[in-house]
Design a protein around this ligand. Structure first.
Ligand code: HEC
Length: 93
């Protein structure tokens, strides 16, 4: 029983960590590559051009290309998740 409990604790720590890591590195990526043209206030402006999660994905891909950051798909996805969790809160399709 004791073993089962510690196994469960380790398992739940392992499950919760990636989400946390995603947001930390998502923020680091944005802070490092996305402030040449606009600051983070862009993501909470009242006249946002984004209405949905797919539009957010497309915008991040577009802006990542414009920034010439050359991120891998995994990094682009981290930033989409980070911006959605922190600012947009669109339901995921
Ligand atoms: C080359 C300049 C440029 C760079 C670099 C840039 N952006 Fe943008 N971004 C813009 C402009 C301009 C807009 C506003 C577009 C409009 O109003 O139609 C914008 C808008 C956005 C929006 C939509 C904001 C809203 O809610 O209306 C998001 C999200 C965004 N950028 C994310 C990023 C991310 C993530 C990065 C880094 C990978 C980044 N941008 C780098 C130019 C840039």
């Amino acid at each position: 029983m004791k073993n089962l409990l510690s196994t469960l604790l380790i398992a739940s720590a392992a499950i919760s960590l990636p989400g946390y890591a995603d947001n930390v590195s998502g923020k680091a990526l944005v802070d490092q590559a996305c402030q040449q043209c606009h600051d983070n206030g862009m993501y909470s402006r009242s006249n946002s051009i984004l209405q949905s999660y797919p539009e957010l994905q497309a915008r991040v891909e577009f802006c990542e290309n414009a920034s010439k950051a050359h991120w891998a798909d995994a990094q682009i996805n981290q930033v989409i998740e980070y911006l959605n969790d922190t600012y947009y809160k669109f339901p995921k399709p």
